[in-house]
Design a protein around this ligand. Structure first.
Ligand SMILES: O[C@H]1[C@H](O)[C@@H](O)[C@H](O)[C@@H](O)[C@H]1O
Length: 536
């Protein structure tokens, strides 16, 4: 029976950076025994968050540019118009290479540090942008997009980790959501740039090449910024970790004592972890690392609570992609060309702007409404909007063959194109409000020792599903029909709603240790709702 999802006003509604949280949160040094260090909200944490968040901007920009690029390339590559296969490969190889990069990122970020992985991703972003901008062949374009995939895969796995490890416990949820804002903001910028350059001959080279600029900027800023305190302690640099914490908590009353307490919490957690893993029996440092990694993988799959956390995180990330949202992000230019809109790139901007605006709404409401409830309310709207799109398409005779006359269809008079645009905007709004950002809160599902690996595997699920959608959307539109394509996405959303309803407990306002307990013997849905009611 469905558990009751009541409105909750007892969640963490306090303004950003002023709320008190005494729940155990070892990643941030709160051991749950002493009161959490009151965070006053200094500028340093914003610098760290936004500098790391440039990765989100790059992620958004590089996934957003493809829509306008595809409709403006014309015959510039390999001296011929792009085929459906070219378009699908150019689009989906990014997801495939992101899928390959993300699991390795979890391991590399543990060994070499979070910041170094972000810097490597920057170098890849620059390389990929230049490779695309200067190519004259379809193969070269696919190569460039694949390099971008490696960059985006590593950045999307490591940046939420970096932000959640530098963020004070009280602000972590919202600071991670800033990343979603920057991703969707990057997509808006990509669409605006795409629109501005769409009329210029060879303008697409500027569109893809400009992606190098934020990567340069991030490299230049991040090179002088620190590693996360938690990673520094793990690497034996307690003194440096203390310096970073002192800057993060600048302006807090009792700062020095508080920083010492946070440090003790991190050290205690690391020692306990080492003890649990029986590291004292392992002779040298390299063996430690290898032993740790295989022990973490074992714990992730064989400990029931961790396995359930991984199932939920992967289910949400898979659903985020398989609902078909990115087919709009990547191919809205082609869809609106087929619907005979006079400026398809400008019309596509509606998708990106709606996505950004409703992520902003989610940013303000996510802690008040709760992650579970936001999904249970928004997914039905997505199902209806997709169903309505399918219905309108079923009354039209429309072709999505990119080889036939740049897709100008005759059956696009009347109100149908506008109706489709409206339904798509509703779908995007509901997506951005829930599924677009909730899955990125994945780190909170995992206990500390499997957090990096669990998050990396969930990120890989995201990119694997992204690859499937990128590769199959155009063939489905062509061979199955637009109606059936949208019916299928609507069906995926319906299955997703059932899964969320059955296995995703409400975690807003809950300490990380409570989440661990909640998933220890089952999915904990009823229990989480009971606790929320009790909290009220
Ligand atoms: O959270 C983001 C966001 O929703 C983007 O708009 C989308 O393109 C990404 O695939 C997703 O991971």
């Amino acid at each position: 029976m469905a558990a009751r999802d009541e409105p909750d006003h007892a969640g963490p509604n306090a303004p950003l950076l002023t709320q008190t949280d005494t729940s155990p949160d070892p990643a941030n040094g709160n051991d749950g025994l002493a009161p959490e260090l009151q965070y006053a909200g200094g500028w340093f944490i914003w610098i760290l968050t936004f500098s790391a968040g440039i990765s989100g901007l790059l992620f958004g920009y590089d996934t957003g540019v493809i829509s306008s690029t595809l409709v403006t390339i014309g015959s510039d590559l390999s001296n011929r118009p792009l085929t459906t296969l070219d378009e699908s490969l150019i689009t989906s190889c990014t997801g495939l290479f992101a899928l390959i990069a993300s699991p390795f990122t979890g391991v590399l970020a543990d060994k070499y540090g979070r910041r170094r992985v972000i810097l490597i991703a920057d170098a890849l972003f620059v390389l990929g942008a230049l490779a695309q901008a200067f190519t004259s062949q379809v193969g070269g374009m696919i190569f460039g997009r694949s390099i971008i995939g490696l960059a985006v895969g590593s950045a999307s796995a490591v940046t939420p980790l970096y932000i959640s490890e530098v963020a004070p416990a009280q602000a972590r949820g919202q600071l991670v959501t800033i990343l979603s804002l920057l991703i969707t903001g990057g997509q808006v910028v990509a669409y605006v740039v795409g629109w501005l350059f769409s009329e210029m001959s060879g303008g697409w080279r500027w569109i893809v090449g400009l992606g190098a600029a934020p990567a340069f900027l991030q490299f230049a800023i991040l090179i002088s910024l620190p590693e996360t305190p938690r990673w520094l302690v793990q690497a034996g640099s307690d003194e440096q970790a203390a310096k970073v914490l002192t800057r993060i908590y600048h302006g807090c009353p009792d700062r020095d004592e508080g920083v010492r307490r946070v440090l003790r919490g991190i050290r205690k957690e690391i020692d306990e972890e080492a003890e649990e893993m029986g590291q004292s029996d392992v002779p040298d440092a390299n063996m430690h690392w290898f032993h740790d990694s295989s022990q973490r993988a074992h714990d992730l799959f064989y400990v029931g609570g961790n396995r359930r956390a991984l199932t939920i995180a992967m289910m949400l990330q898979g659903l985020q992609q398989l609902c078909g949202f990115n087919s709009l992000m990547y191919f809205s230019g082609i869809i609106f060309t087929a619907l005979s809109f006079s400026s398809p790139t400008l019309t596509s901007l509606t998708v990106a702007v709606t996505n950004f605006l409703f992520t902003l709404v989610a940013f303000g409401l996510i802690d008040k409404i709760g992650r579970r409830r936001i999904l249970l309310y928004s997914i039905p709207v997505m199902i209806l909007a997709l169903g309505a799109c399918a219905l309108v398409f079923s009354g039209m005779d429309i072709s999505f063959d990119p080889e036939s006359s740049q897709n100008q269809n005759s059956d696009t008079r009347g109100g149908s194109p506008l109706l489709i645009l409206f339904c798509l905007a509703v779908f995007v709004a509901a997506y951005a409000f829930g599924l677009g950002n909730v899955p990125w809160q994945q780190a909170e599902l995992f206990p500390l020792n499997v957090r990096s690996l669990g998050s990396a595997l969930a990120t890989a699920t995201n990119w694997g599903s992204n690859f499937v959608v990128g590769l199959t959307f155009l063939p489905m539109m062509q061979w199955l029909s637009p109606t059936w394509t949208f019916v299928i996405y609507s069906g995926v959303c319906a299955l997703g709603w059932i899964a969320v309803q059955r296995i995703y407990p409400e975690m807003s306002g809950m300490g990380l240790e409570d989440v661990k307990g909640l998933l220890a013997d089952g999915w904990g849905v009823e229990e989480s709702l009971r606790r929320r009611r009790a909290l009220k």
